[in-house]
Design a protein around this ligand. Structure first.
Ligand code: GLC
Ligand code: CA
Length: 570
């Protein structure tokens, strides 16, 4: 692929879930000053960009993804001055800040919605989707993303539409005045010196305006065909880009579920609506019973390769293992017995050199795991609560539900960051808003800073190598090709650019993998036989004439690239 090398193609992004990162004032909730205190940590880690989850004024029904004032920092997180200072202080350390842009919906406590409710004929009433029905019943049978109906009723009999919780009314993008308000706000923040945005749930902004009921067997259905990447959305996204992002040197990454391959270039191609979109195509699926098995590895490999072959040469993706909406990757990919330094570093190596920009979610770099939730009262997530109620009404067993949230609940990723073995893992001096994972005495930043071969050290080295000047071209423009596809349990790939080669070889299983040396020589070419650039074991074992990869051994090898300093933990 040709094209320019934009800075963000060689950046590593770190996601901060603000509420759980670092509390600075003892109220048990992470805040902007807390991030500022931790800037030295992030700089040392080597990340270039911090994505901060929403810090705007909010009633916190969905932890800030329900915004009641886009121009104000919520007092729980600090002040606008704290935000401006954070941008400046991060900048001094070479770190840029991106904010979460949540414009599919706002909060029902936003003054727009308040006015819209008070007066059916107000300008703001046009900023939302309201409906009345002849019989007073729900306008249709669409299910919301969080469970239950997409419609909620006002006292005066109007129904309003929400893709997510009833406290997150959808904004009506069909309304030009509303769009103008959004662009004004986006530009206002860009003028404050942020580098760009992670854009929330953006593929939902265009709906099938007939709002016709859908066919279904059990009353309600989540009809993606009517509201995800719906035809006509491109006009809104083009305008958004022209009116805002294009006017600044702005970096954007969109959460864009529902974008199929045929539309990928429009979203994330060279002149796409966004710099990149997240690649959700290969994340481990809910309900995987056979994780850690060779079959699961083969499935992951297939999806990963399909996606990479498609994306490289066409556009750009954000690649990630974790975010604030998912269980921890160690729990999703690995059985308990297989979770350790080697498997965690193998997963890290696997995605770090793909075609795309790597994202790290807070705590991933120290191998944080899911919590054990003993009762629904311990959970905080609004989606969990809505689903819980709905499923119980439908007769689901509460034990089964609790098990589901233990395995897949969003709270798993949102437990406080484990900084040390002090009380509350060093996150707060008060009572944390969500309970700290029980294992914080064994798994924490301080401990891993002191250990030589820790996951944290490994991530640091991985980040350093990913950003090596000598690899810049190959990481941006290098062709992606799968290697050793037939080797069960092994995931390997190559990036090629103008005679330079980078090879990633990962044994994604708890037993050794034996590879034929002839095969290795053929696929690895010049890189074979050379000392690996980097890896989670020292060297490669040769046994009985075979190349033996250790359980969860991961290595990165290179050919034609000289200027890289080999070091670190390998
Ligand atoms: C996105 C966010 C999620 C939030 C939802 C509604 O999916 O990542 O956390 O609940 O949008 O804003
Ligand atoms: Ca606080």
């Amino acid at each position: 692929m040709t094209g320019k090398v934009q800075w963000w193609k060689n950046a590593v992004v770190y996601q901060v879930y603000l509420r759980s990162f670092q509390d600075s004032n003892g109220d048990g909730i992470g805040d902007l000053k807390g991030i500022e205190e931790r800037l030295p940590y992030l700089q040392e880690l080597g990340v270039d960009v911090i994505w901060i989850s929403p810090m705007f004024q909010s009633p916190m029904d969905d932890n800030g993804y329900d915004i009641s004032d886009y121009y104000k920092v919520d007092p729980v997180f600090g002040t606008n001055e704290d935000m401006y200072r954070l941008i400046a202080e991060a900048g001094k350390r070479g770190i840029r800040i991106i904010l979460d842009l949540v414009v599919n919906h706002c909060s029902d406590e936003h003054e727009w919605f308040r006015r819209a409710c008070e007066n059916e004929n107000s300008i703001e009433a046009g900023y939302f989707y309201f409906k009345r029905t002849a019989d007073g019943g729900e306008p249709n049978n669409w299910r919301s993303n969080f469970g239950g109906s997409v419609w909620s009723r006002l006292e005066d009999g109007r129904w309003y539409y929400h893709t997510f919780s009833p406290k997150q009314p959808d904004l009506n993008w069909e309304n030009p005045m509303l769009r103008k308000e959004i662009y004004k706000m986006v530009n206002w923040w860009l003028d404050k010196g942020i580098a760009g945005f992670r854009i929330d749930a953006i593929t939902f902004i265009k709906k099938d305006l007939s709002f016709a009921p859908v066919e279904t067997e059990d009353g309600k259905r989540y009809p993606v065909e009517n509201f995800e990447n719906y035809p006509g959305i491109g006009n809104f996204l083009t305008e958004l880009k022209q009116e805002t992002f294009d006017r600044h040197d702005c970096f954007t990454v969109a959460e864009a579920p529902g974008v199929e391959q045929e539309d990928f270039c429009k979203y994330a191609g060279e002149d796409g609506f966004f710099s990149m979109i997240f690649d959700f195509s290969w994340e481990s699926m809910e309900g995987e019973k056979d994780k850690s098995s060779p079959e699961a590895v083969e499935r992951l490999k297939k999806k990963l390769f399909e996606s990479q072959k498609f994306v490289s040469g066409r556009g750009w993706c954000g690649v990630f293992l974790e975010n604030h909406d998912q269980a921890r990757c160690l729990n999703r990919y690995l059985e308990k017995k297989d979770r350790n330094y080697y498997s965690a570093s193998a997963l890290a190596t696997l995605y770090f050199f793909l075609h795309g920009t790597p994202y790290i979610y807070q705590g991933q770099e120290i191998g944080m795991e899911n919590s054990v939730w003993k009762s629904v009262d311990e959970l905080a997530d609004t989606r969990a609560k809505i689903t819980w109620e709905e499923k119980l009404r439908q007769g689901e067993d509460s034990g089964k539900l609790l098990k589901y949230f233990n395995d897949w609940g969003r709270d798993n990723a949102r437990t406080p960051m484990q900084w040390s073995d002090e009380e509350n893992a060093g996150f707060t001096k008060g009572t944390p808003w969500l309970k700290v994972q029980d294992n914080y005495r064994e798994v924490n930043v301080k401990k891993q800073q002191e250990e030589q071969n820790s996951l944290l050290t490994y991530y640091k080295e991985l980040i350093r190598i990913r950003k090596e000047e000598a690899l810049a071209d190959i990481m941006c423009k290098g062709e992606f090709s799968p290697l050793l596809e037939e080797e069960q349990g092994v995931i390997a790939y190559k990036r090629d650019y103008e005679g330079k080669k980078l090879i990633v070889l990962v044994n994604m299983q708890s037993r050794k993998a034996a590879l034929e040396p002839g095969l290795c020589r053929r696929v690895l070419g010049e890189a074979f036989g050379k000392e690996p650039l980097f890896g989670n074991y020292i060297g490669v074992e040769i046994e009985g004439g075979k190349v033996m990869l250790q359980p969860y051994q991961a290595l990165v090898a290179a050919a034609g690239i000289e200027a890289i300093h080999i070091g670190g933990s390998a």
